[in-house]
Design a binder for this molecule. Structure first.
Ligand SMILES: NC(=O)C1=CN([C@@H]2O[C@H](COP(=O)(O)OP(=O)(O)OC[C@H]3O[C@@H](n4cnc5c(N)ncnc54)[C@H](O)[C@@H]3O)[C@@H](O)[C@H]2O)C=CC1
Ligand SMILES: O=C(CO)COP(=O)(O)O
Length: 340
């Protein structure tokens, strides 16, 4: 009998570990690659990820490893769960080993300067690879605790989607397919910014009306932006759009929300990020998003407001005043004016 080929997960953080466990629960042998040998040793001996996912047992089918070249040589299906700031730098040196692989990005960020999404970087680094994006309302701890969860695998490559569904779909985790890789990936990256704002609003004791207004106007804003860039607005009605926006803007388990909450309590951005000690992608995304919105002249008042607070010395009170006093607009952009 031929031995089953292992699946690779790149990244030793909370989401990498949650995905590795899911795959192993489904009977896959998993090599979870991380750069830090001490972390790998701790995970091997303690059978948990004490730094990023404390209290969750590592499935016996997950093998924490540190040799990236050997991991890639052994696996065809590769999930990439690295922070956006590290993805290119981590994969460029092994570009040759990525040809022919099924590369699935789970990273929800945008590269500074280039404004590239992670799957676009993967395409650049590994033009011979087959590329997909996994995104949706998937808080790592809840996935790891086997809370009933759904996600989206997005790719033009139908066989890749099927392979990922087969590998991940299980008793507690549903995997829907989409062809709109760009829309799915953009949704996952953009919502982090609005989660920071939502966390701030909660820390300031704002009510449920405010929360609902924020989430809905955030959806309008991110969809407007995405459409300008050529994405399909319908994708934003799905799990990777409004689904992920809701969970990230409502849950204190979200790291972006936590950064916003700390800011709302009066901490500086630097202190809020230091207190978190994990990745909050929205902090970098807000910078590139503000610049892009300006370049393309897209009306994004929430992005502009958050940027003004974080980087332009404006107070929260000033920004709220400006937002509430802004000229009234129509509710939904995509309804024709005759339908108004
Ligand atoms: N945690 C979550 O709930 C979810 C996270 N994601 C996305 O997954 C990505 C990774 O997030 P997490 O695993 O949660 O982050 P994390 O903050 O828990 O862990 C980040 C990991 O990346 C490693 N790392 C940092 N720089 C590196 C480098 N240069 N080379 C190799 N490894 C490096 C760190 O050592 C750590 O193991 C992010 O883009 C995030 O938005 C997606 C869905 C859910
Ligand atoms: O993407 C996520 C949930 O879908 C996780 O969000 P945070 O990175 O804010 O924790």
């Amino acid at each position: 009998m031929t031995e089953q080929q292992p699946v690779a997960v790149l990244g030793g953080g909370s989401f990498g570990t949650a995905i590795a466990n899911l795959l192993a629960q489904n009977g896959q042998h998993v090599r979870q690659w991380m750069r830090d040998p001490e972390q790998a040793a701790a995970m091997r001996s303690q059978r948990e990820n004490p730094r990023y996912l404390k209290g969750i047992k590592l499935h016996p089918g997950v093998e924490p490893v540190t040799d990236l070249a050997a991991t890639l040589a052994a696996c065809e299906l590769v999930f990439v769960a690295l922070p956006s700031s590290a993805l290119r730098q981590a994969l460029q040196p092994v570009a040759g080993a990525l040809a022919g692989k099924l590369l699935v990005s789970t990273t929800k960020g945008i590269e500074a300067q280039s404004f590239k999404l992670m799957s676009q970087i993967l395409e650049e680094v590994a033009p011979q690879a087959r590329i997909g994006v996994l995104s949706g309302p998937n808080l790592a701890r809840e996935v790891a605790e086997q809370a009933l969860t759904a996600t989206v695998i997005a790719s033009e490559d139908e066989q890749l989607c099927l392979r990922v569904q087969e590998a991940l779909h299980g008793r507690t985790f549903r995997v829907y397919a989409s062809r709109d890789r760009f829309g799915v990936e953009l949704g996952g990256a953009l919502k982090n910014v609005y989660a920071i704002i939502a966390g701030m609003a909660v820390a300031m004791g704002m009510g449920e009306n405010t929360k609902s207004m924020l989430i809905t106007r955030a959806l309008a804003e991110m969809t407007r932006f995405a459409v300008k860039l050529g994405a399909n607005p319908m994708t934003f009605l799905g799990l990777a759009g409004v689904g992920d926006l809701i969970v990230t803007c409502s849950s204190p388990k979200s790291r972006n929300y936590q950064v916003g909450f700390a800011l709302g309590e009066g901490l500086s951005l630097e202190d809020a990020v230091a207190r978190l000690g994990e990745v909050a992608e929205g902090v970098n995304t807000i910078k590139v998003l503000k610049a892009k919105a300006e370049e393309l002249q897209i009306y994004m008042p929430l992005v502009t407001g958050l940027h003004a607070i974080l980087f332009e010395g404006r107070t929260l009170a000033q920004v709220i005043e400006a937002l509430m006093r802004a000229e009234p607009k129509t509710d939904v952009d995509f309804i024709s004016t005759s339908g108004f």
